[in-house]
Design a protein around this ligand. Structure first.
Ligand code: ZN
Length: 501
């Protein structure tokens, strides 16, 4: 993801007012007419909870989000089948979750924000359930023990985000409806706005989607389009994502699109979905993606997914998000560096995922550095060095915009701060200068390969850097990641002391 604060500092005060997204479900979207419940619908039952001696934990242990994710089971696959009424933004349907118990449990928790749950079954049997804030507790008809398969079907409907007051006017997370389309951008906790989910990046799963809309709307999602079933005025788009991904990287896009398909020089199929109103100028910004994949394969190793592409909505979203194989863009914020940044997340963030949100620099520092590598590849080392010096100067000069905390532990409210992006990138550059180019790129390739389609922590990256380089690098990483003061980069004659007024 690209942060707004990054933009504030980089483009400076003259453009700062443009950085507040004017796009927000809470303010800009038409008020949807609620559809009355089905006549036979029964609201969430008030009941005596059944004996529950082994409840699964309602958090996965992330220190930044204690309620997020759940313990006791592991999801393998989500099958999301939804009908979307584009006039009202009402969704209805089901999510089927194939999971495995990791311990003895009598209940398990999922995250689901708002929406009305009609029915839950577990392995074909009706199950009692309860709602408490974002937590959906499912009481298993029969206790499960470690290794037991669990197929949980949740039937639900409602208007995503309706009645939810946790999002302010800058709401830009989760299922975002506008009059002629839907954007889904789930980082960090937006997935639960539209499907029940074990909402933490450590529980990756594969996905299939069957999304039904009225014509002429079309639907894109992660992975491969398996087919479109037409019935009267409706079309059902069936997509599958065969590689496991984190919940926040799951997206569907609804709108009217021009689809641009080709195969890049490295053989990776690319399909871009451009909203019909998106200008030629904006579309051209995506023309180099094939070359970018080829370059990143050289420096990071093989492209980790079967397909790539973007969806560009004709809306000023104010961000871009690296949804796996289908990156979400608005009609601004699409320059070459953002395009490269988002694409590089397929290796760092999407394939190599986070073990905990605290380590967000492993996503954003890497993607920011990747766009600097693209600059170096395309425009030469001097151009990259100039950008690095500029970024260093920004970090050294604008202390009041910085978080005042180390980027290795930025705090949950600062995940997408300027520091995380640019100091994260400078951390990698400092490592490169310390170990030399050959070793540095071997470190990146080893990291991308060893943790492909898995999850890593900062300590895992440091261990690989030390293993591949044969050097003790604690001091370097400690100074860059776990101290607030900006370290010098003597090789580039950069010292924070030179920028103090
Ligand atoms: Zn990013």
């Amino acid at each position: 993801m690209k942060s707004k604060i990054f933009f504030v500092i980089l483009i400076a005060a003259s453009l700062a007012c443009n950085t507040i997204s004017n796009f927000g479900a809470a303010t800009d979207t038409p008020v949807a007419t609620p559809i009355p419940p089905e006549p036979d619908f029964e609201p969430t039952p008030t009941f005596e909870a059944p004996p529950n001696p082994n409840p699964g934990p309602d958090g996965i242990g992330d220190p930044y989000f204690e309620d997020l994710g759940n313990g006791g089971y592991d999801v393998q696959h989500y099958s999301i089948a939804l009908n979307v009424e584009m006039g009202s933004n009402e969704i209805s349907g089901s999510t089927t979750i194939d999971a495995e118990a990791l311990q003895q449990i009598t209940s398990l928790n999922l995250e689901l924000l708002g929406l009305t749950v009609e029915e839950v079954t577990v392995n074909g049997e009706a199950a009692l359930f309860d709602r408490n804030g974002i937590e959906l507790t499912v009481f298993l008809p029969e206790a499960a023990v470690e290794g037991d398969p669990l197929q949980i079907v949740i039937v639900y409907y409602g208007v995503p985000g309706e009645g939810i007051d946790v999002f302010g006017p800058e709401y830009s997370e989760g299922w975002i409806y506008y009059e002629t389309g839907v954007v889904v951008a789930g980082e960090p906790t937006g997935a639960s706005t539209w499907y029940p989910v074990n909402e933490h990046p450590i529980d990756k799963a594969t996905y299939s989607f069957a999304i039904t809309v009225d014509q002429p709307f079309e639907v894109a999602a992660n992975g491969i389009l398996e087919g479109v079933d037409e019935s009267g005025s409706e079309s059902t788009y069936r997509w599958t994502m065969d590689d496991p991904i984190a919940p926040y990287l799951v997206t569907v896009a609804i709108g009217e699109f021009d689809i641009d398909e080709y195969t890049g020089p490295s053989g990776v199929p690319i399909r871009n979905y451009f909203g019909v109103g998106v200008s030629e100028n904006v579309r051209e910004n995506f023309a180099r993606q094939g070359d970018m994949i080829a370059f990143f394969e050289e420096v990071f190793g093989p492209y980790p997914f079967d397909v790539y592409g973007v969806v560009v909505h004709d809306q000023d979203l104010g961000f871009a998000l690296e949804s796996a194989t289908l990156v979400v863009f608005g009609n601004s914020f699409t320059d070459e560096y953002v395009v490269a940044h988002e694409l590089s997340h397929m290796w760092f963030g999407d394939s190599v995922g986070l073990k905990a949100w605290q380590d967000i620099w492993l996503n954003e520092g890497f993607a920011t550095y990747a766009s600097l590598l693209w600059t170096e590849h395309k425009y030469g080392r001097e151009a990259m060095d100039e950008e690095i010096s500029f970024n260093y100067e920004q970090l050294a000069t604008y202390a009041e915009f910085l978080i005042g905390r180390p980027i290795g532990d930025p705090g949950s409210e600062n995940l997408f701060s300027f520091d995380v992006y640019y100091r994260g990138a400078l951390t990698l550059h400092a490592l490169r200068l310390a170990v030399g180019d050959e070793v540095f790129f071997e470190i990146l390739r080893t990291y991308a390969e060893r943790y492909a389609h898995s999850n890593a922590a900062t300590a895992d990256f440091i261990a690989i850097a030390e293993e591949v380089s044969g050097q003790q690098l604690d001091d370097l990483f400690d100074a860059w990641l776990y101290q607030v003061d900006l370290p010098d980069i003597p090789e580039m004659e950069l010292s924070a002391a030179d920028f103090v007024e």
